[in-house]
Design a protein around this ligand. Structure first.
Ligand code: ZN
Length: 151
């Protein structure tokens, strides 16, 4: 498999989580964590609506489901949407060095800050991810603004 195929396969896992969240009536944002050998460690999705939990973002859900890890330096975090400030803080706090992002057109979050901090960001600019978020935001603007902390 080429690197690009790998990245697309990794993103697929996060997209499947996002679609699961959407089917549950939630915000379609999914994430996954992979070891260097490509092994899937965990995956998760935003659960704000489903669980009434504002701290359950796609990234944090995958992070918690991976359990304790000694180090995050070699673990790749994949997320369908650019991480918000809260998740960007998590990425820096635990020392992730590589983050694969499905898209950053609808929301760019802390991407520039992460890049400046030396985190390797791969933005796949996936049209599937853009469409998924654009449709959701158009239909549920109030839930989306709540999720990103906009009044
Ligand atoms: Zn977040």
């Amino acid at each position: 498999m080429s690197d690009n195929t790998n990245l697309a396969e990794m993103l697929k896992v996060a997209v499947a989580e996002a679609r699961k969240g959407l089917a549950e009536g939630g915000i379609p944002i999914g994430a996954a964590m992979f070891a260097t050998d490509g092994q899937l460690l965990s995956s998760g999705h935003n659960r704000r609506v489903q669980d009434g939990d504002p701290s359950a973002h796609g990234e944090t859900d995958a992070f918690r489901r991976a359990g304790r890890q000694r180090s995050y330096r070699e673990i790749t975090l994949v997320t369908t949407l650019a991480p918000c400030w809260y998740c960007s803080g998590l990425i820096r706090q635990f020392g992730f060095r590589t983050v694969i992002v499905g898209e950053s057109r609808t929301f760019s979050g802390g991407l520039d800050w992460l890049r400046e901090s030396g985190v390797h960001i791969v933005d796949l600019d996936s049209s599937e991810c853009v469409e998924m978020m654009t449709e959701y935001i158009a239909q549920n603007p109030e839930v989306w603004n709540e999720d990103i902390g906009h009044d």
